[in-house]
Write a protein that binds this ligand. Structure first.
Ligand SMILES: Cc1ncc(COP(=O)(O)O)c(C=O)c1O
Length: 362
């Protein structure tokens, strides 16, 4: 008997498993699994979101005009070249489905964000992972992996889950080494947190070249993961392509309203960044004091290495039993590691106390 079958590639996809938010039987959980902002959303964004409740019967502005103008103003970018999406996940998916298909290759670095290979397979394209060095993207390895079939290159900068980044000169060298027909997507989801002098988000490269796109999100430093809001800064031609393939009302009205308010509330993101600047190094040092190897991170999370995949799993389970939710990293080829978001001071203390207790029990 015949039956409907999905396109080739779809059944090769391992579904993305998001971080947990609850633990059965535990009331006060510490959620550090998805790199969400521990300070929550800006109060102005929450107010704006609530105001939209009176207008739920109306379609949103399909062009997200006011939101694009607000983003453009905050980041000094041309709103005409900004395209908004339901999270940067949607932008990644739209880009891949518009630019890659059967027979094409989508290149990314070995421990890069999982949505790149997932979306590549979904489009019928072949994801190709280039090896990394010390959990950091390697420009030479990426360029060596380019073939005639390479259509796109994705680089999360900084990368999730490793927390590493490529400095501006390496980013430029990567762009320069790519054939012009390869679309380079710089996923700068964690850009707000990076305070290194040699870091750039990629907006300048977008302005200089026809084959560079930068994606950003409201889910991290802006604390708006629930509303699903992200954006891309694109060459005009790529913006035109995205505007053809996206759904007409892909960003909800409450998301647009919250985004406009959030982008105007500089003090809230300043506070989120200051919190991270303080607790990223402190939490890292405390983990190191317990004897763990911690990958140097410039994001709002850390990758912690355990002796074996089994120890990582047992630590994860023990923490869960204590109501502390981290994230296992087997899907990223890092089964011996767990990732933790930089949460509130009290939350990080619970991680440290639980890990110390777990260590003792071994
Ligand atoms: C590197 C990277 N890119 C993109 C995303 C997707 O973010 P969102 O769809 O919430 O904008 C994430 C989320 O964790 C991420 O880590």
């Amino acid at each position: 008997m015949s039956k409907p079958t999905p396109k080739p590639g779809i059944m090769d996809i391992d579904p993305y498993v998001g971080g947990l938010h609850t633990v059965e039987g535990v009331d006060e959980v510490v959620v550090l699994a998805s790199n969400e902002g521990p300070l929550g959303a800006s109060p102005l964004a929450i107010e704006a979101y609530e105001r939209e409740a009176q207008r739920l019967h109306l379609y949103p502005d399909g062009g997200a005009e006011e939101l694009r103008a607000a983003i453009g103003q905050r980041f000094g970018l041309d709103p005409a070249r900004i395209v908004c999406g339901a999270g940067s996940d949607e932008i990644i998916s739209l880009l891949i489905s518009a630019y890659a298909g059967v027979g094409d290759e989508v290149l990314y670095s070995a421990h890069g964000f999982l949505m790149y290979p997932i979306n590549a397979k979904s489009a019928g394209a072949t994801p190709v992972a280039a090896p990394e060095t010390n959990l950091t993207a390697n420009v030479d390895a990426l360029l060596d992996a380019v073939t005639d079939r390479t259509k796109m290159l994705f680089l999360a900068n900084p990368n999730n889950p490793t927390g590493s980044y490529l400095p501006a000169d390496e980013l430029r060298r990567l762009r320069e080494g790519l054939p012009d027909h390869v679309l380079m997507v710089i996923d700068a989801a964690y850009a707000e947190y990076v305070s290194r002098n040699d870091y750039v988000s990629g907006a300048e490269l977008v302005e200089k070249h026809d084959n560079v796109v930068m994606t950003r999100t409201f889910s991290k430093a802006f604390g708006l993961a629930a509303v699903r809001l992200g954006w891309a800064y694109c060459p005009a031609e790529v913006a035109d392509v995205l505007n053809r393939v996206r759904n007409p009302f892909n960003v909800t009205a409450p998301a647009q309203a919250a985004g406009i308010a959030a982008v105007g509330d500089l003090s809230h993101t300043d506070a989120a960044i200051a919190h991270n600047d303080e607790w990223l190094p402190k939490f890292t040092a405390e983990l190191q004091n317990l004897g763990y190897e911690v990958a140097p991170s410039v994001g709002n999370f850390v990758l912690v290495r355990f002796d074996t995949p089994e120890t990582a799993r047992s630590a994860y389970d023990y923490l869960l039993s204590q109501g502390v939710i981290g994230r296992m990293m087997g899907g990223y080829g890092l089964p011996e590691s767990l990732r933790f978001t930089i949460g509130l001071e009290s939350e990080l203390k619970r991680v440290i106390d639980s890990l110390a207790a777990h260590r003792k029990s071994l």
